[in-house]
Design a protein around this ligand. Structure first.
Ligand code: 5RP
Length: 233
């Protein structure tokens, strides 16, 4: 296993310490979140009673394979959600969605009492927008939406290409935006994207993270938004 995968696993295993019997748990998508789901499956095998709300079909399949009971309709709140991220800044704002699950990931995070982000140290950035910013758009008249999005991006591409585009679990497309100078004001860009006709959801998660667990060679470091310790990232 690569060193980066070791770090992903270490962050996910640290998050497992937050799990308590009877919890309803949001299950993120991607390789780091998968370590959490597999670990949770182990706890279930050992007798812990929890249920999971998956953020993608892939995660639902993984949860089922690991014996975790699944909930897809929600009354009330999720106790705890654990998910990965593509980029995390010092305010614990995120870019997510390079795995294509950003819409459900945001729905689940927004329905959670606590949103825990698990990453390896390569995901920490000074300024968001180092890599692409994924935006989920309706396939209907998508070129008109792309034209609107072009006003805020240096360039954009249809994920998978126009011939055989990637289709999300919700039947939509992903447009990957490149912002050559990075994102100077992530909350403002998030609001602008949200207001654009044709945009279903975007990959900026602003003010949603309660705790980030970032793992590197020295082990997992727990950074809380409330404690103001985010500056140590
Ligand atoms: C999927 C996501 C993932 O959480 C993100 O891409 C991180 O993935 P990984 O843990 O595999 O690096 O947002 O939509």
């Amino acid at each position: 296993m690569s060193e980066q995968n070791d770090h992903k696993r270490a962050a996910a295993e640290k998050a497992l310490e937050l799990v308590r019997d009877g919890m309803l748990i949001g299950l993120g998508s991607g390789s780091t979140a998968n370590y959490f789901t597999e670990g949770l499956g182990q706890l279930v095998k050992e007798g812990m009673k929890v249920r999971g709300v998956p953020t993608s079909r892939a995660t639902a399949n993984l949860a089922a394979a690991n014996g975790i009971p699944i909930v897809t309709e929600l009354i009330g709140q999720i106790d705890l959600t654990v998910d990965g991220a593509d980029e995390v800044d010092q305010a614990l704002n995120l870019v997510k969605g390079r795995g294509g699950a950003l819409f459900r990931e945001k729905l689940v995070a927004a329905a959670s009492k606590r949103f825990i982000v698990v990453i390896d140290e390569s995901k920490v950035v000074k300024k968001l927008g180092v890599g692409v910013l994924p935006v989920e758009v309706s396939g209907f008249l998508w070129r008109t939406t792309a034209h609107r999005l072009a006003s805020v991006a240096t360039s954009l591409t249809v994920r998978g290409g126009e011939e055989a585009p990637y289709i999300t679990d919700n039947g939509n497309l992903i447009l990957d935006l490149t912002l050559a100078e990075g994102i100077d004001n992530a909350p403002a860009l998030a609001a602008e994207l949200k207001a654009m006709v044709g945009v279903v959801e975007h990959g900026l998660f602003i003010g949603m993270t309660d705790t980030c667990i970032v793992a590197g060679p020295d082990g997992p470091l727990v950074v809380g938004r409330q404690s103001g310790a985010a500056a140590s990232l």
